[in-house]
Design a protein around this ligand. Structure first.
Ligand SMILES: N[C@@H](CCC[C@H](N)C(=O)O)C(=O)O
Length: 278
């Protein structure tokens, strides 16, 4: 493969390498995703986002990969970033961006912000998926009893949310990997620790599946708001404060979750063929 042009973007510090695979081959192997994801020897990213031709009436399809080489079904912050590129390209203020999880309607919210309809929150145990038929509203994760019961939500990708008195105090590096790989989550899970600050305000920190600690997780913010509202801890509309900044989340009565937040471009470059050769 020759050099591959990319744009480095982020949403609240959740950072992405974005490549356009519509005009040239851009599918990488898991080893290549890992090489580019190395923050010292590669570029470094939380997700690698590949823009591909549409498959179902949208403007484009977006493939999502984690720095461990695995594929993800959803990425809220990345969706806003790629949507902003495609809005600029098409001159439109609203587009449909396709992902594994479906067609996501993305709207220019002004001031450099984008709103994404992330689709319906899925709440059944087999939709998360979980390995056992438990009540996703409140269940014990073996080994994580100290954090109290978890609430699980699928936002296209699997999430488990723990409500704790002080999210700042959680040792994410220490406890994140064990919960992510707990056998209760057959496809692993993104793990959120959240503290309710007010009925319309949550503090949340995240251990992302396949990526580890990130500054922000859009789908995680959506899952956290849904979990909090299901438990009666917040209203259906709230600000979720992440390490990198705040997202506005709204769980609509029809079950869809809207997320609004900023996008930013850092730089453009070309992935060297030697890096891709491994
Ligand atoms: N950063 C993302 C979530 C990315 C995918 C996740 N690591 C997974 O494997 O499901 C977001 O903003 O939602």
């Amino acid at each position: 493969m020759s050099g591959l042009p990319f744009t480095k973007m982020h949403g609240l510090g959740n950072d992405f390498v974005v490549v356009d695979g519509r005009t040239r081959p851009a599918a990488l192997t898991p080893a290549q995703y890992r090489a580019v994801g190395d923050r010292r020897r590669g570029v470094g990213y939380d997700q690698f986002l590949t823009i591909l031709p549409p498959r179902n009436g949208g403007v484009a399809y977006m493939a999502i990969h984690n720095p461990d080489g695995s594929e993800a079904q959803a990425c809220g912050n990345g969706t806003r970033c790629v949507a902003s590129l495609l809005m600029r390209e098409t001159g439109r203020r609203e587009i449909a961006l396709e992902t594994v999880a479906g067609r996501l309607i993305c709207t220019d919210a002004g001031d450099g912000r984008v709103t994404v309809d992330m689709g319906p929150a899925r709440l059944n145990w087999d939709e998360i998926p979980l390995a056992a038929a438990v009540d996703t509203l409140s269940f014990t994760v073996p080994g994580a009893e100290a954090f109290g019961p978890a609430t699980s939500v699928n936002m296209g990708n699997p999430h488990a949310v723990f409500f704790v008195p002080d999210a700042e105090a959680v040792d994410l590096t220490g406890v994140g990997p064990g919960i992510e790989h707990n056998p209760l989550f057959p496809e692993r899970a993104n793990i959120e620790f959240a503290t309710v600050l007010a009925p319309d305000r949550l503090r949340m920190r995240v251990w992302e599946r396949g990526a580890g600690i990130t500054q922000a997780c859009g789908s995680g913010a959506c899952a956290t708001l849904v979990a909090a509202a299901r438990r009666g801890l917040t209203e259906r509309r709230a600000t979720v404060v992440l390490d990198g900044g705040a997202l506005e989340i709204f769980w609509r009565e029809d079950g869809h979750v809207e997320m609004t937040g900023p996008v930013a471009t850092s730089f453009a470059g070309t992935l060297d063929p030697d890096l891709l050769a491994g």
